[in-house]
Design a protein around this ligand. Sequence first.
Ligand SMILES: *Cc1c(COP(=O)(O)O)cnc(C)c1O
Length: 381
Amino acid sequence: MKKQGFSTRAIHAGQEPEAATGAIMPPVYLTSTYVQDGIGADRGYVYSRVANPTRTALEKNIAALENGAEGMAFGSGTAAIDAIFHLLKPGDHTILSRNVYGGTYRIARQVWEEFGLQFDFVDTTDVQQIERVIRPNSKMLFIETPTNPTIEISDLDACVRVAKAHRLVSVVDNTFATPYLQRPIDHGFDIVVHSLTKYLNGHSDMLGGLVVVNEPALAERFRFLQKSVGGILSPFDAWLCLRGTKTLAVRMRQHCESALAVARWLAARNEIRKVFYPGLEDHPQHALAARQMSGFGGMISFDLGSIERADSFLKRLRICALAESLGGVETIITHPSSMTHAAIPAEERAAIGITDGLIRISVGLEDVQDILDDLEQGLRT
Ligand SMILES: *Cc1c(COP(=O)(O)O)cnc(C)c1O
């Protein structure tokens, strides 16, 4: 059968009409356990930590969008990332992108280093930087592209070549791009991880995380971790996210279109020192982004030069909300150095370009002229 298009899969994958009534939406299976027909005769479900039909629907749905075989959902993006580090043993070494999500940095440095895992954070936009730190005990390459918040792009094909040559488990945090814009498994990556909290759900009303893999042994290990460690997604949150993924394609198209307009507008302003957006021709990886992504995404950062200017700008905004998180229908503005990336020491922050004047904007789905008008009045002093 011909493979269905992205939106058709987004709307239907993992979701058959319910058998008893024909309900077109999968029910929220609010149950902890399942009655069995006899000894050893369950109907595929035994206990909701192990599996729940609403969660299964979401796991199948997102695996289909990523062109992966199986998905495993967790209670948050960080819980999913934690499950990935559970694949390692004391003494194992992992190489990560230098400006991964702040929570990924925190769990590596402040949780897993205590248990003997070793981490190096390097500029993965340059694969030579990865090769330079590979050691005999290196086991994993964990990249984020685009990164948060300086919007750097790593080359998926080049990274996977290095990982395969050195037998590293390869991981991409695909939260910023979503499977609509880029599908790392098609490039040969072993694991794709998401914070569902962001674009996949898209409505700022739940938290969740999910890993997608192709390899059956990896899927089995993640299912074992769901069952054993228990950081699983609730059925209701799975249901909310299923509703979100149905409109992923149309939302992402608009996020990309509006973000490009906002980025161009910001780039034309004198009071802004620097705009980070891969859709701008002067972005260092513009050509790479155009090649490996089918759009440039909804995330922009820009530098106002000082914390005082950032503060007065943020206080004046009326539509754009000052908050953590991203990927919702509403425009959300963040101050990374004091919010999402506060766990990173100041010197390290400076080295990776997270200055005190840096502002990150998740361009929402409001009318773009209203967003521009709000930014305009925010910049007025
Ligand atoms: C938010 C985020 C996470 C963490 O997800 P939570 O659902 O907040 O735990 C991980 N990676 C990226 C890129 C994120 O933006």
